[in-house]
Design a protein around this ligand. Structure first.
Ligand code: ASP
Length: 430
């Protein structure tokens, strides 16, 4: 019998901590030489870094194929212009609300306070490597971000090893998708098929690399626990709590309010109708994987027309990820805090915007949000190696954020159904 990946990750985490923590403690008491935990930490980091590099490797192609597929799947939907516009508006605004919720909760709880894990950034690119970011005004920072959004050369951006110019890749891919849609039938069909297939391959590749997560987690756990001791776990506990609280606010307050006031539906009834899809999302941690069920629930259990669901849901599974967006923002603020970099307001705005873009670019498969973390971290010059730390607790957060991604897609269907689907006189009955 093969153990499920998340159990493997859990075991790797316990195993790493079980070795690292005692070593750290013994060195602290002076029973063994400090070089012992340091050496263990160094080798652990080596192993973890290989895994991270594999993740970095797939970021750019994954974004390109996921975004182009997302945009082109709307292509044959001629006449869906207004529905498309409204859906996009809903997707962008709910993701942004989720991000702001996450940031507010983060600032209240301050999960990384007092945990100085600056060790995590050793050898990594840090804020000090980009001092201009610190001193800039908000206006300058925004202008810079907007400017770098347009790639000087998209091929260079694609091959940038540090993924610093990945925002340009996102911008270019969206435009490319839009213009595929605007092309003649033959070209559009060919390219849509091509990118669809490439996306499928990239998702398979990502799942393959993710299978090595336990080894990466073991390495990083050794590195963090042997090097830093119990602090790591205290901070991680607060971090998980912060993300969970913020996600709950979005799921149980924000989205239900939208259902009541905008979609004019009972959130409880709608939640019940969607529950098979939400539970599937929770257990598989994949919005793409849950899509068939989400479609069925929306159409058969909530009575929403196929015209709406077949457009809103596939698009949502690719680009609308409220849970992921929120999580990206909180995780990056957390990494900044534990590595001793308080982010100025301007940089927090950059985090919010890049978290939104990262969530749009993330594929609907397990851990994709963590892969995309590289994008947000590099936008504010934070150490990418810190991803290894939060990877240890990623699965449980991934399950929760994925169900919120699907919950938001479903809510979008209810909203669109109110405005586009049902005859006006029936909308008030639900
Ligand atoms: N697992 C998420 C999804 O499929 C993406 C993520 O990792 O945040 O929706």
């Amino acid at each position: 019998m093969k153990l499920k990946l998340h159990y493997q990750i859990l075991i790797a985490m316990i195993f790493g901590a079980g070795i690292g923590l005692p070593l750290n403690y013994l060195a602290y008491r002076g029973d063994i030489d400090v070089s012992v935990p340091q050496t263990v930490a160094m080798y652990g980091k080596g192993v973890g870094d290989v895994f991270l590099r594999l993740l970095s490797m797939i970021v750019a192609p994954l974004i390109v194929t996921s975004l182009i597929t997302g945009v082109t799947c709307t292509g044959n939907a001629k006449g869906l212009g207004r529905l498309g516009g409204r859906t996009m508006f809903y997707y962008l605004s709910t993701s942004m609300i989720a991000i702001v919720t996450g940031m507010l909760v983060f600032n209240v709880i301050s999960p990384g306070e007092g945990a100085n894990l600056a060790i995590l950034e050793q050898g990594a690119e840090t804020l000090s490597a980009a001092p201009h970011m610190v001193e800039q005004t908000l206006g300058q920072t925004m202008w810079n971000q907007l400017f770098t959004l347009i790639p000087g050369n998209p091929f260079n951006s694609l091959s940038d090893p540090s993924n610093r110019s990945i925002l340009g890749v996102i911008f270019f891919s969206i435009m490319f998708g839009v213009f595929i849609n605007a092309s003649g039938d033959e070209t559009r069909e060919f390219l849509t098929k091509f990118f669809n297939s490439s996306y499928e391959v990239m998702m398979k590749m990502t799942m393959f690399i993710i299978r090595f997560a336990p080894i990466g987690v073991l390495g990083f756990m050794l590195y963090a626990s042997a090097g830093k001791g119990i602090d790591v776990f205290r901070a991680l506990g607060w971090y998980v709590l912060t993300v969970a609280i913020a996600l709950s606010i979005h799921a149980f307050i924000t989205l239900p309010l939208i259902l009541v006031f905008i979609a004019k539906r009972s959130p409880w009834a709608y939640f019940q109708a969607m529950s098979p899809a939400l539970l599937t999302a929770f257990s598989t941690a994949s919005s793409n994987g849950s899509l068939p069920l989400t479609l069925t629930c929306v159409e058969e259990r909530a009575g929403i027309s196929n015209r709406i669901s077949s457009f809103v849901l596939p698009l949502g599974a690719t680009i609308n990820m409220d849970g992921t967006a929120l999580y990206e923002a909180v995780a990056v603020l957390f990494i900044a805090q534990v590595t001793g970099h308080e982010l100025a307001f301007g940089q927090q705005v950059v985090v919010a915007i890049t978290a939104l873009l990262a969530s749009i670019g993330a594929a609907g498969i397990p851990h994709a949000g963590t892969v995309m973390m590289v994008v947000v971290l590099s936008a504010v010059g934070l150490p990418i190696s810190a991803v290894g730390l939060i990877l240890a607790v990623d699965r449980v957060l991934d399950m929760y954020r994925t169900s919120i991604n699907v919950w938001s897609d479903s809510t979008a269907c209810a909203v669109m159904d109110r405005f586009e689907g049902r005859p006006a006189e029936t909308t008030s009955h639900k």
